[in-house]
Design a protein around this ligand. Structure first.
Ligand SMILES: [Zn+2]
Length: 448
């Protein structure tokens, strides 16, 4: 049989077992079992201690203060439905405040919460720019990606790395059609337009260029400038605006549409989509050339109008498996949740990684453990931790979200690995190696 097929077969559990049986009869006990044994709890306790000592690289988050308008490019309308665990009455946030700030109360009753807000304020005044670095220290995070519009002076460069937004490039024409679709888009499309205007002025342009070549050159220039200014990756949150399926229109077609509408008029929806499809692929090509990893929001999203069908991670498959993008590093944020079990198979491509941010906040550890375990059993070297920290309020701030994400992930990770060890899927040594990769090593490789 061809060598590759032989190799593939030797990877199978059956082949491994046969090898073990003949090579070392005492290793028969290494066959995986469907139930964990009585040792699970002890293995969990041991692994949990080891995991606590691993400093984390946080692949994705929006650190900042609640009144900082640059923590994200888009907004979630104030009256949006928040899942239970992200609400202020989730008592785990109280545990976070107690752990981080010595908060002494057991709830966030207004008179109690006021003392927490004051404590944070005093600490910020005392520590200055070191305030958020201290939060990272407390939580055990070595380096955190800050997915923000810009980096503020109060996040220290030694600890925070910048990933900037590229969605505005997809909105160069008249966007009234987009904005009219629902209240969330009515709020967010103008924010993309505003950011695009800001990018124009950063490139010394007064308005959208009339030539398509000039527009593409403008995109390349901004990507280059932001990389030079410290950007380590780019981020698409385009699933908030349209389908994640991107067709592959010819440049001529895109150019024709652009030229016709760049200086006015309302492009038909299909034409605008074709243009965006082309620009999206152009940005990927440039990200590959500039070696900027591409983060893409691939999960349920905030706001009551987020379209789950359009945002289905599997719609990206034709792009992810396109050999022309083999030099582009894709980091699929939030693991395509709630489709994370399918999504892990996208990481079969060498340049595709899954990030678990937000999943550990939506899911409690007992459930997140199952998702993580399936990922660890499939491509353990292709998954990264992320917090998706976000300052919801001055009580439940980015600080508390860091703590909750890190603690939940450590608990779920230790539990998943303990069961895998107890079920004879992996050794304790492999479990420790998987933990290091997921919490730190794999992400470090991505942004080095
Ligand atoms: Zn995010």
């Amino acid at each position: 049989m061809p060598a590759m097929m032989r190799d593939a077969r030797c990877l199978s559990a059956l082949c491994a077992l046969v090898t073990l049986v003949f090579a070392a009869p005492s290793s028969v006990q290494a066959q995986a079992q469907p139930y964990f044994g009585p040792d699970r709890q002890a293995i969990y306790a041991k692994l949990r201690r080891e995991i606590n000592a691993i400093t984390i690289f946080d692949n994705h988050g929006h650190p900042g203060l609640p009144d900082d308008g640059e923590v994200d490019a888009t907004q979630i309308p104030a009256d949006s439905s928040l899942p239970f665990r992200l609400r202020m009455d989730n008592a785990e946030f109280v545990a976070a405040s107690r752990a981080l700030f010595g908060y002494t109360y057991n709830d966030f009753a207004p008179q109690h919460a006021a003392s927490l807000v004051l404590e944070k304020k005093n600490l910020r005044e005392k520590l200055g720019a070191a305030y958020f670095s201290r939060v990272l220290d407390e939580v055990g995070i070595e380096t955190a990606i800050a997915n923000r519009v810009s980096m503020p002076p109060y996040l220290q460069g030694a600890r925070f790395r910048w990933v900037f937004f590229v969605d505005p490039f997809l909105f160069p024409l008249n966007n009234e059609g987009f904005a009219a679709k629902n209240p969330d888009l009515k709020l967010n499309v103008p924010l993309e337009e505003k950011l695009l205007q800001r990018y124009f002025s950063e490139a010394s342009l007064k308005q959208v260029p009339s030539s398509f070549s000039d527009y593409l050159a403008f995109i390349s220039r901004i990507l280059q400038q932001k990389k030079q200014a410290g950007g380590v990756g780019i981020k698409f949150e385009i699933a908030y605006f349209r389908s994640l399926f991107f067709a592959d229109p010819a440049r001529d077609k895109a150019e024709k549409i652009y030229s016709q509408y760049a200086r006015g008029g309302s492009p038909p929806e299909g034409d605008y989509r074709d243009l965006q499809d082309f620009i999206f692929r152009y940005i990927l090509q440039e990200a590959g050339r500039l070696q900027l990893p591409v983060q893409i929001h691939t999960a349920v999203g905030g706001g009551d109008y987020f379209n789950l069908s359009d945002g289905n991670i599997m719609k990206l498959e034709s792009v992810l498996r396109d050999p022309r993008f083999g030099n582009v590093t894709f980091v699929l944020l939030h693991g395509g949740f709630p489709r994370e079990r399918e999504a892990i198979w996208l990481a079969a491509r060498k340049n595709v990684y899954l990030d678990s941010s937000l999943m550990e906040l939506f899911l409690y550890p007992e459930e997140f453990k199952r998702s993580l375990q399936q990922w660890l059993e499939t491509f353990p070297e292709k998954i990264v931790f992320g917090s998706d920290t976000f300052p919801i309020s001055d009580v439940t701030g980015a600080e508390e979200f860091y703590w909750l994400a890190a603690e939940s992930s450590r608990n779920a990770l230790a539990a998943a690995l303990a069961e895998m060890v107890s079920e004879n899927e992996i050794t304790e040594l492999q479990a420790a190696a998987f933990a290091h990769k997921y919490l730190h090593d794999t992400a470090v490789q991505l942004y080095k």
